[in-house]
Structure formats: structure tokens, C-alpha cells
Write a protein of this length. Structure first.
Length: 171
């Protein structure tokens, strides 16, 4: 399957089968995360793979009660490292930290889709509670939560805006 085909196939999934994810596929997800580009190749990010049911439930509650999160076999919490400020100052904290994590998460979503897995990029959560639940170091900032699992069903593609409203060609 080509990259563009995978991009078009990917969907936000909110209902998961309880089936476990194989170690081989988990390894591919890890590779997708760590091979993403990062500012200056500093790789100032960290990912938590949560399989524990109680912790997944706490994460779902801290994610504004999005309880579908706890039903996924795997929940990944993607964090940026605020120590990026040492290299890039304020711009590192306000921009590069988020861009670096976002690049990794996008890689994850695409490899997961390629492997027949469903994901949903979650940005609505109580950052302080997530930090407490995972006992994160002070320098780690939760940026995204991604439940991962085999989809119960795959929804139809959502409509897209007109190309002309999104793309402007400058010659």
C-alpha cells in the first residue's frame, strides 16, 4: 500500500475490539515514533505505552470523560521534553516541542493504519492529571493521547474542504 493510500485509509476510531496487538506490530509503532523528524534531530520527546486497564481508565477520565479510550488495548501518551528550551529558547517551547511530537504521532497513525489498527488523536485532556497519573518528570509535557487497537468498524471518510480554500499557489 502506498503512503497516500494509507493517508486516505486512516480514520479516527472510537470503538475497538479487545484483540491484543502483536509484539511485531508494536515494534513497528515504536519505529514509526522514533524515526519522525525533530528540530535539530534533538529527539526531545518521550512516549508512554499504557496497557494497564486501571491506568487507561484514569487517562480516559482525565480526558474529559472520553471513556472509549479505556477500551483500546493500548493507549499511547506522547510527551514533549521542555528541555528543548536549552537549544532553541522560547521558540523551542512554544513551537518545536509540539511540532516534534506531532510529527511522531502522525507517523504512528499512518503505520497503525497500514497494520490494520485504528487510532484517534486526542488533544482534549487535563494535562496536570495526566502528569499525575503517569508520574511524569517535570520536564515532560503531555501533548497527545492516542488509543490504539483493532477497529470494531471503519467509518466512511469525512468530507474535505474545497482544495481552493486550503491551498494557495504562489508563483
Amino acid at each position: 500500500m502506498g503512503v497516500l493510500e494509507v493517508i486516505k485509509k486512516r480514520r479516527s476510531i472510537r470503538k475497538f475490539k479487545p484483540d491484543p496487538i502483536s509484539e511485531e506490530v508494536l515494534d513497528k509503532l515504536v519505529e514509526a515514533l522514533i524515526w519522525a523528524p525533530s528540530a535539530g534531530n534533538k529527539q526531545m520527546r518521550k512516549f508512554f505505552f499504557v496497557f494497564n486497564d486501571e491506568i487507561k481508565k484514569e487517562i480516559a477520565l482525565a480526558s474529559l470523560y472520553q471513556m472509549f479510550i479505556e477500551k483500546a488495548p493500548l493507549v499511547i501518551v506522547a510527551c514533549g521534553d521542555k528541555n528543548i528550551e536549552r537549544y532553541y529558547g522560547e521558540r523551542g517551547l512554544e513551537n518545536y516541542l509540539f511540532c516534534d511530537v506531532a510529527a511522531s504521532v502522525q507517523n504512528l497513525l499512518l503505520v497503525a493504519a497500514e497494520q490494520g489498527l485504528g487510532t484517534c488523536w486526542i488533544g482534549a485532556f487535563d494535562e496536570k492529571k495526566i502528569k499525575e497519573i503517569l508520574n511524569l518528570e517535570e520536564n515532560l509535557l503531555p501533548v497527545a493521547i492516542v488509543p490504539v487497537g483493532f477497529p470494531e468498524k471503519i467509518p466512511s471518510p469525512p468530507p474535505r474542504k474545497e482544495i481552493n480554500s486550503l491551498i494557495q499557489i504562489i508563483k
